[in-house]
Design a protein around this ligand. Structure first.
Ligand code: GRF
Length: 205
């Protein structure tokens, strides 16, 4: 079997990207294996999915905890499970600089916009209000700045005249499910080959 990196997926909600990352092995032979799923929202639907896939999970509410303190718990769990790469998939919580530095160059995120445009929340609504022709999604390496860091993959979605934030989000999400597994695969391959992954520039077909 080819070498695979052990990946943890961090989620806060429905986990459709998590599902796509796990299911990817049905159609490809990825250079990663999702070995662990962690969440700051114990009732996240994605945790149920993960357990159904037979993946180990951990969750704890961050409420009332210092950011760095919570992240230390996550970090300890990742180490305990032999995690090598972290994939954020709808993880709705800023990571502490300490955590990001500890995992520097080994955290990916998927963001529903064509970065560097529309960092942060409500990306589709903002793209529509600005009269954009294209929306899309980006996979980037996480740095201490929000939704910043080298973009390694992007997929474009053409905005339609009658689009609402919801209809657009739905089409972008379908692209996310194609893009994220391919990007994580390419990223892990790059790391295995001794590269940083920053040289990647994938575009959705
Ligand atoms: C996705 O749109 C992702 O781009 C954003 O949060 C959403 C998560 O959706 N970061 P899901 O939990 O993967 O279904």
């Amino acid at each position: 079997m080819a070498e695979r990196l052990a990946v943890a997926v961090l989620i806060s909600g429905r986990g459709s990207n998590l599902e796509a990352l796990v299911e990817y092995k049905r159609k490809a032979d990825p250079a990663y294996e999702v070995v662990f799923v962690a969440s700051n929202v114990p009732e996240a639907r994605g945790l149920v999915l993960a357990r159904r896939f037979g993946i180990k999970t951990w969750s704890r509410s961050h409420t009332g905890m210092e950011r760095a303190e919570f992240d230390r718990l996550v970090d300890a769990e990742l180490k305990r499970h032999g995690v090598e790469v972290v994939a954020l998939a709808g993880y709705m919580r800023l990571l502490s600089p300490q955590f990001i530095q500890a995992w520097e160059g080994r955290i990916l995120n998927i963001h529903p916009s064509l970065l560097p445009e529309y960092k942060g929340l409500d990306t589709h609504q903002r793209a529509l209000l600005s009269g954009e022709v294209y929306a899309g999604c980006s996979v980037h390496i996480v740095t201490t700045e929000l939704d910043d860091g080298p973009v390694i993959a992007q997929a474009q979605v053409k905005i339609r005249p009658r689009d609402t934030a919801e209809t657009l989000a739905e089409r972008v999400l379908a692209e996310e499910h194609q893009l994220y597994p391919a990007a994580l695969d390419a990223f892990c391959r790059a790391l295995i080959e001794g590269n940083s992954g920053t040289e990647l520039s994938l575009e959705a077909p």
